[in-house]
Design a protein. Structure first.
Lengths: 186, 470
């Protein structure tokens, strides 16, 4: 029965009640452990029901994430920036999403940002799907958005892992799961 | 001189022990056809039950089969009611009530169930009737069975078995029709396009009916049916039993019609053996109460017809009690009967109460096992739950989910769900609370689902809300 869906594009079957029902069960078995049974995620595990995607939310990218998994690599900048540098960069990142920060620290932080961060997160901080670098401006934080949490991310880096499911789930199951996840944010 | 310390040796002859025949190889029973009052009663009890069984699956109710035990869907429709596996205790209740009804009737009137209503008896009667139609009377059948095979014998036997198989098939198909929509089943069977399951079960019940009513007959009652054996504990001396009156009948013996039995030293029994010939279990009722007797009263009708011909009083074989046979009176009202009646009434009352007080709604809450809790950016604590909401009503309802038990806790996600009749919905929800207001790491949280248009349709389910220890 699942084979029938494999021939159809994800966008087309995402709203099918049977697909949603099957997908929900597969999600409960394979994904809910980290992302929660409501798929809204938690600390370190992204929310799959919103419009913010780290690697992109189109059907092909979601499927690639499921098949191959993801290995994030945010380097640890603590030894390069030093304590003061981390403080300044944190202030700048906070200012990116409109939060109050010391103007002097922000100005110094901007320099650090352009040197070390902009390559991945973009000059304006809107992130890059191709690299899996999150948007820093929309107030959605995978590892927490308060000052100490942001500082920790900059200092120690982050290495989130999404496992590959190509070995665990068959192609038709991954197809349905893709449709389910795709449908979550629609 | 014999030694006083020794006991004399005595020769003891072993007592005569009859040979025990474990398989009870008995002669085939050829029943004689008989008509009479009790056979008419049997007709009036048997037909409505039979017709009810055969026609019930064809009735419709609310656009579905009126009685359908839908196993794949796990929904059991009986007229206007739909039962779910959750209602299983009701079935247990019903069976207990049925058992006590059986006990009550048995204490009062003996094996009424066996003789008048039991499917084994009803179907055996149908098969015997058809046997009479095709193979003729008792004597004709005995003669033909002992005779050589010829075209007439083959033809009559074939017709008999064909008729039996037809009745068995209708029975089997009807039975399967209680579990699989009978209209599609009959069509599928007619066009030979039925699924393997339906086909196999129809064949099974056809064969079972054919073997039971055609071949096994009284052996089911005497060897298989447990009720036949344990009913004796329910009998007392005031229970109605089919019995021969030996005081009146003995000494039995044949005589000329119109002869005065008293001058011949005879009782009323003319020893015609009609009571034996009509008996479906092949016993002689004149030997007293026997476990084989299913209380069908065929022998009463047979004996009464003879008594009438002889111009004697009817009732030499009759419904009576042991007390009456011993010359006393039957005590109709007795503690055992009242006890059974009382329990029966209580159970029935409880059943009706249970039936009409059940809330056709179920809510089960399962906490997510992956994480104990989720800390949000704002420092709030969230727990994730999966709600299993089952609308067992046949109408659609809009349900509102409320939570209580945790101070200032709020639901993240919709609290409003519309479920169609009979729908099972899984709902993932988060509950958010501030950790500061919670004094213990684990607090009781209650989910409540209520139909917005019908507040009585409401169920609660308890779970835990966890927060970090410090």
């Amino acid at each position: 029965m699942r084979d029938r869906y494999l021939a159809l594009p994800v966008e087309e079957i995402a709203g099918d009640p049977a697909v949603r029902k099957m997908g929900a069960r597969m999600f409960g078995n394979n994904c809910a452990q980290c992302h929660g049974s409501d798929a809204k995620g938690s600390y370190g595990f992204p929310n799959l029901t919103d419009d913010d995607w780290i690697y992109g939310g189109d059907a092909d990218t979601i499927k690639a994430t499921l098949v191959n998994g993801r290995q994030a690599a945010m380097p640890a900048w603590g030894s390069i920036l030093g304590d003061q540098g981390v403080l300044e960069t944190t202030a700048y990142v906070m200012s990116l999403n409109g939060r109050a920060a010391d103007a002097e620290l922000v100005a110094a932080g901007e320099t650090h940002y352009k040197t070390y961060c902009a390559a991945c997160h973009g000059a304006d901080g809107s992130g890059n799907h191709a690299l899996g670098s999150p948007n820093l401006k929309n107030g959605i934080w995978l590892y927490g958005g308060n000052e100490s949490q942001i500082a920790h991310s900059i200092r120690a880096g982050r290495n989130g892992v999404m496992p590959a499911f190509s070995e665990t789930l068959s192609e038709d199951k991954i197809h349905i799961l893709t449709a389910y996840v795709y449908g979550l944010s629609e | 001189m014999a030694d006083p310390n020794l006991i004399d040796v005595q020769e003891i002859a072993p007592a005569e022990v009859g040979e025990l025949d474990a398989n009870q190889h008995r002669e085939k029973i050829y029943t004689r056809k008989i008509e009479g009052f009790f056979q008419r009663v049997r007709l009036y009890t048997g037909w409505p039950l039979l017709l009810g069984y055969l026609l019930l699956p064809w009735l419709n109710w609310d656009g579905r089969q009126a009685v359908l035990f839908d196993l794949p869907e796990r929904k059991f429709h009986i007229l206007g009611l739909t039962f779910w596996p959750q209602d299983f205790p009701l079935l247990a209740f019903m069976l207990i009530i049925a058992a006590f009804a059986l006990f009550t009737v048995t204490v009062f009137a003996g094996r009424i169930w066996c003789g008048y209503t039991c499917p084994q008896t009803v179907w055996t009667s149908i098969f015997m009737w058809w046997e009479q139609k095709t193979e003729g009377s008792r004597n004709q059948r005995i003669k033909r069975d002992n005779g050589a095979w010829n075209l007439d014998k083959v033809w009559r036997k074939s017709l008999k078995h064909a008729g039996w198989l037809f009745v068995a098939f209708v029975t089997g198909m009807t039975f399967v029709g209680y579990f699989y929509p009978i209209k599609s089943l009959s069509l599928e069977l007619a066009t030979l396009s039925t699924g393997l399951q339906q086909f196999a079960w129809t064949v099974f019940f056809t064969c079972a009916t054919y073997i039971n009513a055609g071949w096994l007959r009284e052996k089911v009652c005497t060897h298989i049916c447990p009720y036949a054996r344990f009913q004796s504990v329910m009998f007392d001396q005031d229970t109605l039993i089919v019995s021969y009156d030996p005081a009146r009948g003995e000494t039995r013996g044949s005589r000329k019609r119109g002869a005065d039995p008293q001058s011949l030293g005879l009782g009323d029994c003319i020893d015609c053996e009609l009571c034996v010939q009509v008996c479906p279990t092949g016993i002689d009722i004149r030997n007293g109460l026997q476990y084989e007797c299913i209380g069908c009263a065929l022998c009463i009708d047979a004996c009464d017809s003879v008594m009438k011909k002889m111009d004697y009083q009817p009732g030499l074989i009759r419904y009576t009690s042991e007390h009456q046979l011993q010359g006393g009176n039957t005590y109709w009202i007795r503690p055992r009967l009242i006890g059974y009646l009382l329990v029966l009434t209580m159970m029935s009352g409880l059943f009706v109460y249970q039936l009409f007080s059940r809330v056709p709604l179920e809510l089960t809450v399962v906490r997510d096992r992956g994480q104990l809790y989720v800390t949000t950016d704002s420092g709030a604590i969230e727990n994730i739950y999966t709600l299993h909401l089952v609308n067992m009503d046949k109408h659609p309802h809009e349900f509102v989910i409320r939570i209580s038990g945790v101070e200032n806790a709020t639901l993240v996600g919709s609290d409003n769900y519309t479920l169609s009749g009979g729908e099972v919905r899984e709902i993932s929800l988060r509950v958010r609370a501030r950790p500061e207001v919670l004094t213990v790491p684990s607090s009781k949280l209650v989910f409540e689902a209520t139909a917005s248009a019908q507040p009585s349709l409401s169920v609660r389910s308890e779970t835990r809300f966890l927060k970090p220890v410090n």
